[in-house]
Write a protein that binds this ligand. Structure first.
Ligand code: ES4
Ligand code: ZN
Length: 331
């Protein structure tokens, strides 16, 4: 049995497996510039974050209807549940869809249909082939694309207003370097005033100063990646003191070349330093593993013992937005 865990850093668009991409392309009459799933997988050799993002945005062309988003989330939750995920906080990128003429409501309501279904345990023989499958509680976190303008982020927050009862928080993702957190001060202030939780990617490719800025200017309560904090001992001390969770994604860091190999990942030293680390899968269809695969990889390659693995699982629930959500949702 895989260890029960929460997944806190997961882009739903990054769970689009080649097989589903081709199925949706056929259903929607979209032409993909790849002969087959094998040719598409061949393209999964990334130099850095941007080279990945180019493909990630290109493939989204197949996502058009509520049913597409429902099928995407359903496929993810089935895989996550099978790997021990009991709670998932799911990022989505509305601007990547609204820019293509897909409405905010199509995205949110489509995802929600699957989330609602997985929210309770499922044990029916018909659905699970006789195996007990536990449910997965979920939260949705709407991300702003940091390489788009602050005005576009504000318009996106505005477009989300009819759907805020389904959205727990806001995040910040896409190309990091050159787009510091402070660019989004105003939209984070507006999100906070609406009762939304705040997270942001920082210190993935960007410098440790971006982590500090995400805390000080955006008021984030959790940092996505945060990997490069290790370059600044004073920042590490602050993160330890304030118990700020980091949602690390080791397999992503290898594929996007933030570290040379998994064996070089600083996770063990970060845990030794007292940082509240979690491990997550980021874009599992692209980076070679879901939550359970990621736990297995850090256990096998980084030599983490049972106590460290229990700590990572415990941290994932400690860092989750499981506390006062009901109250916020009744807003
Ligand atoms: C992402 Cl790995 C990563 N970093 C930043 N933005 C992203 N969006 C999807 N995956
Ligand atoms: Zn990410």
């Amino acid at each position: 049995m895989p260890v029960p865990k929460a997944e806190l850093h997961l882009h739903i668009e990054g769970t689009l497996e080649p097989e589903l991409a081709f199925a949706l392309a056929a259903r929607n009459g979209v032409d993909l510039p790849y002969a087959d799933t094998g040719a598409l997988r061949e393209a999964y050799r990334f130099q850095d974050l941007q080279s990945f993002l180019n493909l990630y945005y290109e493939l989204m062309a197949v996502l058009r209807t509520e049913r597409d988003f429902e099928d995407l989330a359903d496929a993810y939750l089935a895989r996550a549940a099978a790997q021990g995920v009991r709670h998932a906080e799911i990022f989505f990128d509305p601007q990547a869809h609204t820019a293509r003429g897909v409405a905010m409501g199509t995205v949110v309501e489509g995802l929600w249909r699957a989330l609602e279904r997985w929210g309770s345990p499922r044990s029916s023989e018909a659905e699970s082939g006789g195996e007990e499958t536990h449910g997965v509680s979920t939260r949705l976190i709407m991300c702003f694309l940091r390489d788009e303008s602050a005005e576009s982020a504000l318009a996106t927050l505005d477009a989300a207003k009819p759907h805020l009862h389904r959205i727990t928080g806001v995040g910040l993702d896409s190309a990091e370097v050159g787009h510091p957190p402070a660019k989004f001060r105003e939209v984070y202030e507006a999100a906070a005033a609406l009762g939304l939780r705040r997270v942001a990617h920082a210190g993935e490719e960007g410098p440790p100063e971006y982590v500090t800025e995400a805390l000080d200017v955006l008021g984030v309560e959790r940092v996505d990646h945060g990997l490069r904090c290790v370059e600044d001992p004073a920042l590490v001390a602050r993160l330890v003191r304030d118990r700020i969770p980091l949602t690390l994604c080791p397999l992503s860091n290898v594929r996007l070349r933030a570290v040379d190999t998994l064996a070089d990942h600083p996770l063990p030293e970060m845990l030794d330093a007292g940082l509240l680390c979690t491990v997550n899968s980021d874009d599992p269809a692209y980076f070679g593993g879901y939550a359970g695969d990621t736990f297995d990889a850090v256990r096998d390659t980084l030599g983490l013992g049972p106590e460290r693995l229990r700590e990572l699982a415990r941290n994932s629930f400690l860092a989750a937005f499981l506390d006062d959500d009901e109250e916020r949702r009744s807003r």
